[in-house]
Design a protein around this ligand. Structure first.
Ligand SMILES: Cc1cc2nc3c(=O)[nH]c(=O)nc-3n(C[C@H](O)[C@H](O)[C@H](O)COP(=O)(O)OP(=O)(O)OC[C@H]3O[C@@H](n4cnc5c(N)ncnc54)[C@H](O)[C@@H]3O)c2cc1C
Length: 560
């Protein structure tokens, strides 16, 4: 078939012809196809035979030698042909590397001859033919962006906005960049839609793919297993185990995997850490217009995957024990265990709870410790309250002011000196944000969801104010409890490292500790959980990288 006869057709599901995007859909030349052939196997498909189906895991990429294929989406409940393409194009998207199931199906439209490439073969091609490999990788990333811009729906989550399990499921999918659509069943039209596919719902959320209900009220682990966010961990010993996938853990993962270390990352929720709870990071070098925390985290996650790092989430580490042979064994709340030669603790911090009655029971039900698009949606055209005066509180106020009716920033002191000046100036100029100095949160009201806050004004008067969301950013506590005091910390629980550890009697090694090494030999700390570090994204990433340098040093010196 000649190239002109094989001109790709415009897909129905996307606004513009996706094939005009040459990054997403590059057409390989005859020479490039010949290069690709050396990495995979030739395969024939009969007309209408699937190359892979939505839900398949693992699935493969196919470079098409002759014939044409169509990409089909069933997630809206209808069969929708997204696009068709033929000779010289290749199939696949980023989930080849995330190890998650394919989100779309691909069928042979005619008889098809193709070169089949497994994810492992693709990764080999990336290292052996980097320029060609780059075409595949960039196209997989761009295809996902285009898919999310299209009418593609992905999983549908049905549940009301004041239902904690629903918000938990939404948070899990958001943090792991799983394409989904949340239909808030507090709105009548969404209730009707749900009724079409499931009646007599006893508990939320209902999780569906098109018209097919997959779960009613799944646990977090059921959902994670279904999405292949968790995998069976191998028995082998990792070179480095990274605890936490915030900026420090992701920075470490990219460097460790790119330098050939076998790397596993565990996180209790998904990639991003605190950074993914901020809509715009403006002080990270290289992004003059700022970058969303979730976007930065997602690209770092993909970068680490590209180099071969393993991720396993949600996975909350509950203990870390040194074994007789010097390796470490980590166990998780979810029942997993893993052995490693070295560990990087990058578990960051969590925001402190305010000591206000009723606050804890409303956590996640209108009381939040991060402000992402998920929470912003809950405050649309309604008032929101924020407690705190640091950068996190300031950013949350700026972000929420885009959707909320108005935002009250409750500041105990009488200035914004703890906040970066650029941010403080922006807040002062924002007419939707009221900065209320010398005010304190005294109480909250609500049963299933927060309804109102009680605020003490600077004159001592206590006011009741309706609210759709209370956001608390009042100082952080390190997440190092799982070490059960086996590693030395300062009085607040931040891990001591390097010279601070060298001075301690618990350090028994003959060599001095590396700069970021904790009092446990070959266990390093990076980012916010480490003592006396600037609590910033750029620093956390750099700290993760520094920890990998130390991992190299000790692995070179010790044989296991
Ligand atoms: C709202 C907000 C806005 C911010 N804005 C900016 C900004 O604009 N610029 C800037 O430079 N900094 C900003 N920061 C600070 C910045 O996000 C942090 O300094 C940075 O995220 C620290 O990275 P980290 O990897 O050390 O820790 P974290 O980001 O806290 O990540 C730690 C990770 O470890 C995981 N974890 C914790 N315990 C366990 C466990 N037991 N097992 C498994 N996993 C675990 C957590 O789930 C988390 O993903 C902001 C912070 C917030 C909250």
């Amino acid at each position: 078939m000649s190239r002109d006869e094989n001109r790709p057709l415009v897909g129905h599901g996307l606004e513009t012809d996706p094939l005009s995007d040459k990054v997403a859909f590059p057409r390989l030349s005859e020479e490039e196809l010949a290069e690709v052939a050396a990495f995979g196997e030739r395969h024939s498909f009969a007309r209408d035979e699937p190359l892979f189906c939505a839900g398949d895991q693992p699935f493969n990429s196919h470079a098409i030698l002759s014939g044409s294929v169509r990409v089909v989406d069933f997630s809206s409940g209808e069969r929708l042909v997204l696009l068709r393409y033929g000779q010289g194009y290749f199939t696949g998207d980023i989930d080849l590397f995330t190890h998650r199931p394919s989100v779309v199906s691909c069928e042979a439209e005619t008889e098809v001859e193709a070169i089949r490439l497994t994810p492992g073969q693709l990764r080999y091609l990336f290292t052996r033919k980097p320029i060609l490999g780059e075409k595949f990788w960039k196209s997989f990333q761009r295809r996902r962006e285009l898919l999310l811009l299209s009418r593609f729906r992905g999983l549908t989550i049905y549940g009301p906005k004041d239902d904690r399990p629903t918000l938990d499921a939404v948070q899990l999918l958001f943090r792991n960049s799983v394409p989904f659509n949340w239909l808030d069943t507090s709105a009548e039209e969404n209730c009707v839609r749900l009724h079409d596919i499931r009646q007599n719902v006893r508990a939320f959320p209902v999780v569906a793919h098109g018209g097919r209900v997959l779960f009613e009220a799944p646990t977090r682990l059921q959902l994670a297993d279904h999405l292949h966010l968790r995998r069976t961990l191998p028995d082998s010993t990792y070179d480095v185990l990274i605890l936490g996938a915030g900026p420090a853990g992701l920075g470490a993962a990219v460097y460790a995997a790119s330098e050939g270390l076998s790397t596993l990352v565990l996180d209790r929720l998904g990639p991003g850490g605190q950074a993914s709870s901020t809509s715009l990071i403006e002080n990270y070098a290289g992004f003059p217009n700022g970058v969303s925390g979730q976007a930065l985290a997602h690209s770092s996650y993909l970068q680490a995957l590209k180099f071969g790092a393993d991720f396993h989430m949600p996975s909350s580490v509950s203990s870390l024990a040194r074994q007789d042979n010097g390796t470490y064994r980590a166990e998780t709340v979810e029942g997993d265990a893993v052995i490693t030669r070295t560990v990087i603790v990058a578990t960051g911090v969590s925001y402190r709870l305010l000591d206000v009655e009723g606050l804890e029971t409303l956590q996640g039900a209108g009381v939040f410790y991060g402000a992402t698009s998920v929470e912003a949606r809950l405050c649309r055209n309604a008032p929101a309250h924020i407690v705190g005066a640091g950068n996190s509180a300031g950013q949350a106020a700026m972000f929420l002011s885009q959707t909320a009716d108005h935002v009250s920033l409750l500041v105990r002191g009488f200035d914004l000196r703890k906040m970066s000046s650029y941010l403080a100036e922006r807040l002062l100029a924002n007419t939707k944000v009221a900065i209320r100095y010398r005010t304190e949160l005294m109480g909250v009201e609500g049963t299933d969801h927060i309804a109102a806050v009680h605020v003490r004004e600077s004159n001592g008067e206590v006011k009741r104010e309706p609210t759709a969301g209370l956001f608390v950013f009042i100082g952080a506590k390190p997440r190092t409890d799982f070490l059960h005091a086996s590693a030395a910390t300062d009085e607040k629980g931040f891990l001591l490292t390097g010279t601070d550890v060298a001075a301690l009697s618990v350090w028994k090694e003959r060599r001095p500790p590396c700069t970021v090494e904790t009092s446990l030999p070959r266990v390093f700390a990076a980012g916010d959980c480490r003592n006396a570090t600037p609590k910033r994204v750029a620093f956390a990433i750099g700290d993760g990288v520094a920890a990998v340098t130390s991992v190299h040093n000790v692995l070179d010196a010790v044989a296991f």
